[in-house]
Design a protein around this ligand. Structure first.
Ligand SMILES: Nc1ncnc2c1ncn2[C@@H]1O[C@H](COP(=O)(O)OP(=O)(O)OP(=O)(O)O)[C@@H](O)[C@H]1O
Ligand SMILES: [Mg+2]
Length: 464
């Protein structure tokens, strides 16, 4: 008899061990299906079951008057003990926000809540970290699709620890440069957001992002132009695919002059055809789009001695003009830098206002984050400062929709970018070809008003 009992116990133990090992292997080798079939249902039940406690702990409940059965003191019996009795009466109870069923996502789950009276999405953003700890998830992000609703998106583990390969670009001027925290692709689309600021401390992944862009844009019918005042160390290896490269201040002034002349030329072309931008021109006469990559923006504005003052003023004015009119004439800016602060002069502040795409890699000081991301949600600034040095390429991305995302670029080594530059060298339009016919016409204020892009959507940082 005990033998049979022991055998049954052994059998049960073996079955349990095999099940646990099977589940472990399933989770290890195909996390997505494991998550959908096993992890998500368990999590959905537990999130719903504990929501009252969690909402109470995170300060998301409100007191409301409700009719409730409560115990109230009754008669005092002869022994001196107070007898209680239940009564149906109005009392103040803690009410939790109504929660829909959590839905699975690629890296976790998301759930819609109905806000309680007096609550705003900011109340939920402020509690996001507390919620993440209560649910033991990597992060909780808050968005509000419409008034009265908030969506909490929880990620179980950091999806940006490892990001996969760069996919080929499918559309002109659009490059998938990495992955967003939500699992969606991180795209830089110059036709939607024409100018970008890319800030970050040293070794934070700024140049890597420029490499991704070079690899993504090299096979496309676009002209690439580089400004590299670090002596050309960053961009010179990519020169086979660059139509022009400026590595000294004098070259910068000359190249920017060319770009302004090019814009004037394209402006008269558009005017003759009655078009408001080059995209309204027939494809046969449409000029080639130009993507301008600037490495270390501050170098363009820093003065070594007084003699450079004029050149810097010229550079600053021309760059601003390119930013103002670039969208209409197919000239797009991608400016990288460690510092993009107002201490570099008013030119930088004005340029920043024109760049509606903002990318903030790891930063050491809060000012750079504020300057780059503008007056976004303070949580974005906190996130930017919390990016660890061990994950270069992770950045906070702000775009025209006013939303911000945590994202990571694909890793593209200098060798890979160099290889792409050489492979597509025959697609490089020569600078003479592009600028032939470009005349340095002065632009009047009327011209500017006609083709000016709307001001950047991202608000500037608050003063004071
Ligand atoms: N997305 C990424 N994934 C993995 N590693 C990355 C990523 N981006 C950058 N790195 C690593 O970080 C290193 C530094 O990146 P990068 O040269 O782009 O920094 P940077 O911000 O341009 O620095 P600097 O200001 O000194 O020029 C790279 O050599 C690379 O090894
Ligand atoms: Mg760099």
């Amino acid at each position: 008899m005990p033998d049979r009992f022991l055998l049954a116990l052994l059998d049960a133990g073996v079955v349990l061990a095999v099940t646990v090992a099977g589940l472990w292997a399933w989770r290890r080798w195909h996390y997505r299906s494991f998550w959908l079939v096993v992890g998500y249902p368990l999590m959905a039940v537990s999130v719903r079951a504990t929501w009252r406690k969690v909402a109470l702990g995170c300060g998301l409940t409100k007191k409301r008057q409700r009719f409730w059965f409560t115990t109230v003191p009754g008669l005092v019996s002869s022994t001196g003990t107070v007898r209680v009795k239940r009564r149906f009466q109005r009392v103040a109870v803690d009410t939790k926000p109504w929660m829909w069923l959590p839905m699975p996502t690629r890296y976790g789950w998301r759930v819609t809540l109905h806000t309680l009276e007096g609550q705003t999405p900011d109340d939920y953003s402020a509690a996001a970290e507390r919620l993440a700890h209560s649910w033991r998830v990597h992060a909780v992000r808050v968005s509000s699709p419409r008034p009265g609703r908030v969506v909490l998106a929880a990620t179980m583990r950091d999806p940006l620890l490892r990001v996969d390969e760069i996919p080929p670009s499918s559309e002109l001027l659009k490059v998938t440069v990495g992955r967003l925290e939500t699992g969606r692709p991180w795209e830089i689309d110059f036709r939607t957001v024409p100018h970008w600021l890319n800030a970050g401390a040293t070794q934070s992944g700024k140049s890597n992002l420029a490499n991704v862009l070079i690899v993504g844009l090299a096979p496309q019918p676009v002209a690439l132009v580089g400004f590299d005042l670090k002596g050309g160390v960053e961009f010179t290896p990519y020169s086979p695919r660059l139509s022009a490269l400026a590595t000294s201040r004098a070259e910068c002034v000359e190249l920017l002059d060319d770009l302004v002349g090019l814009m004037a030329d394209r402006m008269s072309l558009c005017r003759q055809a009655g078009a408001r931008n080059i995209w309204q021109l027939p494809p046969a006469v449409r000029p080639v789009p130009v993507v301008v990559l600037v490495d270390e923006l501050a170098e363009l504005y820093l003065m070594a001695d007084k003699s450079e003052k004029d050149e810097i003023t010229k550079t600053s004015t021309a760059l601003l003009r390119v930013a103002q009119l670039g969208r209409a004439f197919g000239i797009y800016l991608f400016c990288s830098g460690q510092r993009i602060g107002s201490d570099l002069g008013p030119g930088v502040t004005a340029l920043r206002a024109q760049c509606s795409g903002r990318i903030c890699h790891r930063v050491n000081d809060p000012e750079t984050a504020t300057m780059t991301l503008g007056d976004l949600d303070p949580a974005a600034l906190v996130s930017a400062r919390a990016i660890p040095a061990e994950t270069p390429g992770v950045a906070i991305v702000a775009s025209q929709d006013g939303q911000w995302y945590r994202a990571r670029s694909f890793y593209v080594s200098e060798h890979a970018a160099e290889r792409a530059a050489r492979m597509y060298a025959d697609l490089t339009p020569s600078w003479e070809e592009i600028t032939s016919g470009a005349q340095p016409i002065e632009m009047t204020d009327d011209d500017l008003a006609q083709f000016l892009t709307p001001a950047a959507v991202i608000p500037e940082p608050r003063k004071g």
